[in-house]
Every structure is written in structure tokens, then in C-alpha cells.
Design a binder for this molecule. Structure first.
Ligand SMILES: NC(=O)c1ccc[n+]([C@@H]2O[C@H](COP(=O)([O-])OP(=O)(O)OC[C@H]3O[C@@H](n4cnc5c(N)ncnc54)[C@H](O)[C@@H]3O)[C@@H](O)[C@H]2O)c1
Ligand SMILES: O=C(O)C[C@H](O)C(=O)O
Length: 328
């Protein structure tokens, strides 16, 4: 029997990431090859943006995706978010060369206040929200705070691109397949302060840290490479990452909805106080997912180096949080 369709809202749907995202959602790569979808797409109420959105919709229609039941264009979050199961909040200004993601805070914060309020008013109470627009952790925090009637666990920020970047760098360094690396994670903020942590990672049951056995490479090559990868892409492409960001968004929601079979992934989620991270702080944690819920991996030992890295990324998040307190 055909499953009932799931309603997915995507904001910034006519942007770069949107163009890499929509076709994959409609083809079933995000929610499953047996899951019909309805796409509710939001763009700014601007003639050019709405016209571009119509063009993207025409292309999606021209793919004749069997799982796509309906696709609609919106300029108001109150209609775009009506009864949705999943929200991908992508629409926001991207940074350019020489900027840090937190430089976007004032430009983008208001978007997430308004969209949090709209989610609060019209989305399904079980809606799963992923914030991609930067600075992603603090925007997710703003959206969560602006939606007091929704469970705070429904709000997440995208750390999966950092997770995937880390896996790829580790696989190259150790000469192993990405798919064979288990139990890797990235702690903290989606910013250069993030802490990509392979102390617990294994390959075929063996410690990846022991295989690499190079703390100098960890501290001086690996961490800066993963942390500054977004800037390196902007430098090379002249535009911020898009296809890899869309891919990470698909991975994040697919794993949250369909589960990880006990494997670790990284999600930016509101802390429950684990590992001394203040409750509510939108922080990258190692999680496993099952039955549509994520659970933080508990009991990991945090050594002195790791604690210093975690403290640094937490301090940055606290500073960003203080910077938007007047909006909440
Ligand atoms: N978290 C991550 O890992 C990650 C990775 C890559 C990019 N990003 C961020 O994602 C965001 C989007 O990137 P992009 O490359 O697609 O940018 P883009 O400029 O190509 O597209 C953004 C789109 O959002 C729309 N938009 C702006 N405000 C909106 C609003 N209030 N409601 C609906 N739509 C709105 C714009 O009109 C535009 O079409 C940026 O903030 C970027 O920094 C995050
Ligand atoms: O770096 C950026 O500004 C875009 C994105 O967050 C990325 O990590 O590629």
C-alpha cells in the first residue's frame, strides 16, 4: 500500500543549494524510495526570486518523479510551512571571501525569528527542522527559541558537512575507504572552531588514531583543513559550497528519519547538558538515530586537548547567543 505523502518545506529554494537539493528529495533519496513527497518551496517575495523559483519548479516537473505528489511555490512562511513534516531552512545570505560565518548573524537572524514563529503557528507538532543557513547553529537556536510551542528537540543545525569532510580527509590520510570508518564525530559550532574528533574512530575494529599516530598532523593539518574547508571552497569556486551542502542535508534528514543502525553521525542539536554543554546550546554531538529520534552517544572520555577544543567552540557559540539575545 502507498504510504501517505510527507510534506517537506525548503526555504531559499531558488538558490544554489536548493538547486542541488530539490531533485534528490523528489527522487526519494532523502526519505526513502517508497515515500511519496509534497514539496512546499519558499522564496523571498521578490519578482526575480519568484520567477527563478517557477523555473526550478518547471525543471522538477520535467523530471516526472513518481514519488512527487505536489510542488508549490510560496512567498510567505505561513503557507509554506503549513502541516509540514520536514523543514530545510536554507534561505539566507551566504558569506563571501574574507568573511566569517558569524558576520552573517545580523543579516540572517531576523529570517530565523520570523520562520521560527511561522513553524510554531502552522507546522506539524512533530516537524523535523534542519537549519543550513549560516551561522547555522545560532540560526537554529533562534528558530527554536521563536517556536516555544514546539518541542526543542525538533530543531537541529547542520554539522554533517563537517562530519563528511572529516571522514574524507581521514580516509585519504589513512588510505582506507570512507565507508569503513566508524565512530567519528565533530563537536560544537559549524565554524573554524569546530572540533573534529577521531580519537574513537575505528577501521575494521582497529583504532584509526593508532593507525595515523600523528598528533602534529591532527592539530596542525587535519583540524584546520576541516575547519576552514568552507573558506577554501569559496576561494576556489568564488561561491560557497552547494552540492556538498545539499548532500549533507539529505544525509542528516535521511538518518534522522530512517535511522543509523547504531552508527554514529554528527548533528547540531540543543544540548541536554551532556558533556557539560549548557542546556539548550545548539552544539554538534555524536548521535545515533532510531525511530525518528536522535540520542547523544554518552560516556566518551574527554582528554585535556579535546576539552580545550570543546571549550573554544562553546565560547564562540555563547558569544553568538549573547549577540542575538535582544531578538528573542
Ligand atoms: N551549514 C552548512 O554546512 C552550510 C553549507 C553551505 C552553505 N550554507 C549556507 O546556506 C545558505 C544558503 O546558501 P546558498 O549557496 O544556497 O545561497 P544562495 O544565495 O544561492 O541562495 C539563498 C536563497 O535564499 C533566498 N532567501 C533569502 N532570504 C530568504 C527568506 N527569508 N526566505 C526564503 N528564502 C530566502 C534567496 O533569495 C536565495 O535564492 C547560506 O547562508 C550559506 O552560508 C551552510
Ligand atoms: O563556509 C561557508 O560559508 C559555507 C558553508 O558553511 C561551508 O562550510 O561550506
Amino acid at each position: 500500500m502507498t504510504k501517505p505523502a510527507m510534506r517537506v518545506a525548503v526555504t531559499g529554494a531558488a538558490g544554489q543549494i536548493g538547486y542541488s537539493l530539490l531533485f534528490r528529495i523528489a527522487s526519494g533519496e532523502m526519505l526513502g524510495k517508497d515515500q511519496p513527497v509534497i514539496l512546499q518551496l519558499l522564496e523571498i517575495p521578490d519578482e526575480k526570486a519568484q520567477k527563478a523559483l517557477k523555473g526550478v519548479i518547471m525543471e522538477v516537473e520535467d523530471c516526472a518523479f513518481p514519488l512527487l505528489q505536489e510542488i508549490t511555490a510560496h512567498s510567505d512562511p505561513m503557507t509554506a510551512f503549513k502541516d509540514i513534516d520536514v523543514a530545510l531552512l536554507v534561505g539566507a545570505r551566504p558569506r563571501g571571501p574574507g568573511m566569517e560565518r558569524k558576520d552573517l548573524l545580523s543579516a540572517n537572524a531576523q529570517i530565523f525569528t520570523a520562520q521560527g514563529k511561522a513553524l510554531n503557528a502552522v507546522a506539524k507538532r512533530t516537524v523535523k527542522v534542519l537549519v543550513v543557513g549560516n551561522p547555522a547553529n545560532t540560526n537554529a537556536y533562534i528558530a527554536m527559541k521563536s517556536a516555544p510551542d514546539l518541542p526543542k528537540e525538533n530543531f537541529t543545525a547542520m554539522l554533517r558537512l563537517d562530519h563528511n569532510r572529516g571522514l574524507s580527509q581521514l580516509a585519504t590520510k589513512a588510505g582506507v575507504a570512507v565507508a569503513d570508518i566508524k565512530t567519528f564525530t565533530v563537536w560544537g559550532n559549524h565554524s573554524p572552531t569546530m572540533y573534529a574528533d577521531y580519537r574513537f574512530a575505528t577501521v575494521g575494529g582497529k583504532s584509526l588514531k593508532d593507525m595515523i599516530n600523528d598528533q602534529d598532523w591532527n592539530a596542525n593539518v587535519f583540524l584546520p583543513t576541516v575547519g576552514k574547508r568552507g573558506a577554501a571552497i569559496i576561494d576556489a569556486r568564488g561561491l560557497s559550497s552547494a552540492a556538498s551542502a545539499a548532500n549533507a542535508a539529505i544525509d542528516h534528514i535521511r538518518d534522522w528519519v530512517l535511522g543509523t543502525n547504531g552508527e554514529w553521525v554528527t548533528m547540531g542539536i540543543p544540548s541536554d547538558g551532556s558533556y557539560g554543554i549548557p542546556e539548550g546550546t545548539m552544539f554538534g554531538f555524536p548521535v545515533t538515530c532510531a525511530d525518528g529520534k536522535y540520542t547523544i552517544v554518552q560516556g566518551l572520555p574527554i582528554d585535556e586537548f579535546s576539552q580545550a577544543c570543546i571549550n573554544k567552540t562553546l565560547a564562540e557559540l555563547e558569544e553568538e547567543k549573547a549577540g542575538v539575545a535582544h531578538l528573542l
